[in-house]
Design a protein around this ligand. Structure first.
Ligand code: T4K
Length: 389
């Protein structure tokens, strides 16, 4: 996103603090909030040559089939992978394929999520029901959802969201599913690195802005072969080995070109994961003197993700955003003011959402990239120093 170039610094110390504070001679280039880097052309070329030779371009060609196998190899044996054009489609089609119990039409989801989670619910013909998140993990807590008690009868499923890639307690969610009978579908859009368990169906995004990106793409991981088959049917007009459309469906297939990028990205993943980790650790170390800037637990030390969303002192996010912008440091409220605040969802059912409201005003996406360098980190730290005083 292009930011306006910062204006020159104020003439006098007494001047109102509306002009940017970039020191003379400092780089005027804004520090972008994200700089996705997908595999370079040379890395993709061998796979493109395979497409030329095979003359197979889409519809479950060899590259996508092999990519699905490589993704499945990251999970326990027996895990099925179904690729889709993006994670929003995978969530939608999974909900449609889950054989949800007749009765409640509501799907419980956190208000603290990206709008895609709620869009998928609506696209699947269901209704979002926003519930608040835990203040420490920023995620739905199975105990709080269970505490809805008899009202859970209105629901047909729950979608916990792996906040910015952090993995929720999957054991607790499996226990919740067993105890309540409510199916759980995990939105693990940003959790390519941390999702290792497919005993609950989970959806990962392969968007360009994620740690492993194809441009657009996503996949469902599940150990339920029948669910995987039903989602696959949903991606392919309901066809399987015949021209009969077995279920109402759509077209959400990945092309072989996306598969080519996927293979190159997977080839580079072990080294790229270390690069993400290195960038995160450099930023963490540079901000060590700022304990009021709080990172997600394990971020950059135990797991990686492509964004750096930090907690700030209560209510300070709008001020810090403005101040950083004046210093040419781009930021992003990746989940806006909370999903429930988007116009499309203002009429949706909700519980009290004080934690989500507080997070919207106290968290911020700082610039982050696989190749974030010392100079940009210096600018981020200096801008935060000025913003936080
Ligand atoms: N569930 C959750 C919890 C999610 O967070 C998401 C997606 C989904 C489900 C759905 O996944 P997908 O259906 O997308 O697979 C981004 C992503 O598009 C989206 O995948 C992501 N979450 C969401 C949180 O953010 P934008 O609209 O903020 O991206 P944009 O275009 O503003 O780009 C961000 C920054 O990156 C800008 O500074 C520009 C820069 N950029 C971006 C792209 C795409 C580049 O420099 N190069 C690029 O190629 O949505």
């Amino acid at each position: 996103m292009a930011l306006p170039l910062p204006a020159p610094p104020p003439q006098t110390e007494a001047a109102p603090q509306i002009a940017p504070q970039i020191a003379p001679g400092a780089p005027s280039r804004p520090v972008p909030v994200a700089r996705p880097r997908l595999p370079e052309a040379e890395a993709v070329l061998p796979y493109l040559r395979r497409i030329d030779e095979a003359r197979w371009y889409s519809n479950f060609g060899p590259l996508v089939a092999e990519m699905e196998q490589r993704l499945a190899d990251r999970f326990p044996a027996g895990t099925r992978i179904v690729t889709t054009t993006n994670a929003t489609q995978a969530l939608t089609l999974a909900l449609k394929a889950m054989d949800l119990p007749v009765g409640g039409q509501y799907v419980i989801l956190p208000a603290w999520t990206f709008v895609a989670t709620a869009h998928a619910v609506v696209q699947a013909g269901l209704k979002p029901w926003f519930v608040d998140v835990d203040p420490d993990t920023w995620m739905l807590d199975p105990a709080s959802v269970a505490a809805l008690g008899a009202r859970l009868r209105d629901a047909c499923a729950v979608i916990p969201v792996a906040a910015f890639g952090q993995m929720p307690n999957l054991g607790a969610w499996r226990a919740f599913q067993d105890a309540t009978g409510l199916p759980v579908l995990l939105d693990a859009a940003a959790a390519f690195d941390t999702l290792k368990d497919a005993r609950l169906p989970a959806v990962v995004s392969l968007h360009a802005t994620k740690v492993l990106g194809l441009g657009e793409g996503g996949f469902l991981a599940t150990d339920d072969a029948q669910l995987a088959h039903r989602v696959y049917l949903q991606t392919n007009f309901g066809f399987h080995n015949s021209r009969d459309s077995q279920v109402t469906a759509t077209n959400a297939k990945l092309s072989e070109y996306a598969g080519a990028v996927g293979h190159a990205a997977l080839d580079g993943w072990p080294a790229d994961r270390l690069r993400w980790m290195r960038a995160a650790q450099m930023l963490r170390i540079a901000l060590i003197g700022r304990p009021e800037v709080k990172f997600q637990e394990g971020w950059g030390s135990e797991w990686v993700t492509s964004v750096c969303t930090v907690g700030l002192p209560a209510g300070s996010a709008p001020h810090v955003t403005r101040s950083l912008r004046e210093d040419g440091v781009d930021t992003r409220a990746w989940w806006g003011e909370g999903c429930h605040r988007s116009t499309a969802f203002t009429d949706c059912r909700r519980e009290a959402l004080p934690v989500t409201e507080a997070l919207a005003a106290s968290t911020l996406g700082l610039p982050f990239a696989i190749d974030l360098d010392a100079q940009d980190i210096g600018r981020i730290v200096a801008a935060l120093d000025r913003a936080l005083g």
